[in-house]
Design a protein around this ligand. Structure first.
Ligand code: DGL
Length: 273
């Protein structure tokens, strides 16, 4: 039986679009409802309890859109709130930390892995633990919080001289440590991958978990009998808690194909959690 309900995807802002794009590429027939909490971003500098509250509110909003799955397309929210969301949800919940961690562990050749993420994700230790779970014993893990990367991504400054300078400040210790694998442990960071690659050099493999997350989404839909029928034009709806024009201005060059359009404003803080 086909299930043509959409997949719900949320992030603190536009970073989750890096995951959404991979979902579209892998499952072009699946409908999606995306919520970017731009009005309350960033999450990466907020406390665990605040991120859990925001994430539950976002989930309740998506549930009202009759989604068949929730994708937490934000590493910080995945690190802090996955447990709370999966306990409270009636539909499968997908997080983005584990797929990237598994991929990094399988990629390194010299046993030196770097993780860049928000302060919240780094301090939670969740990413490091996830990589350790999959990596060979003795693997060295170097973490670095890169808070300014989020503002650069939201601003659309994906590869310019300011971005290069910020890359050099944050990434020099990882380069000096000789890592050969770098986890982009924040869904905003793939937007800056050109600048990051330029600084780190071709010898370092960048791990963007988006593709691996899309695979997990597909497997989970199949396992639960939730895949779509794939004949109708898929729904592609967008919501933001800030101004839709601002959201579309930054998102369009990234998503291409004139998307998103018709973005609606919604504040999820009206949900009591
Ligand atoms: N998208 C968030 C993440 O993946 C980062 C942006 C923020 O701090 O809100 O961690």
């Amino acid at each position: 039986m086909a299930d043509n309900r959409p997949i719900g995807v949320f992030d603190s802002g536009i970073g989750g679009l890096t995951v959404l794009r991979e979902i579209w590429d892998l499952m072009p027939g699946e409908g999606t409802v995306y919520f970017g909490d731009n009005g309350r971003a960033p999450y990466g500098t907020k406390s665990k309890s605040t991120v859990i509250k925001y994430s539950l509110q976002n989930m309740h909003f998506l549930e009202q859109q009759d989604v068949k799955m929730i994708v937490i397309a934000c590493n910080t929210a995945s690190a802090h709130a996955y447990k709370a969301l999966s306990e409270k949800s009636d539909v499968p919940v997908i997080e983005v930390v584990t797929p990237g961690a598994r991929c990094a562990a399988g990629t390194t050749r010299n046993g030196k892995i770097g993780i860049i993420a928000t302060k919240g994700s780094v301090n939670s230790g969740v990413y490091k633990e996830a990589v350790e779970r999959f990596a060979a014993p003795g693997t060295k893990i170097y973490q670095q919080a890169c808070p300014l990367f989020v503002s650069l991504a939201e601003e659309g400054w994906w590869d310019n001289e300011v971005t290069s300078l910020v890359c050099s400040r944050y990434l020099t210790p990882l380069k000096e440590a000789g890592i050969d694998t770098l986890v982009l442990g924040c869904t905003h960071y793939p937007l800056l991958s050109g600048a990051i690659r330029k600084f780190m050099g071709d010898g370092v493999t960048l791990i963007n978990a988006g593709k691996a997350v899309a695979q997990v989404v597909r497997e989970t839909l199949e396992e639960n009998g939730l895949s779509c029928g794939g004949t109708q034009e898929p729904l592609r709806r967008f919501y933001t808690s800030d101004e839709p024009e601002l959201f579309e201005e930054v998102a369009s060059p990234f998503l291409g194909r004139g998307l998103p359009s018709g973005t609606l404003k919604y504040n999820t803080d009206r949900f009591d959690v």
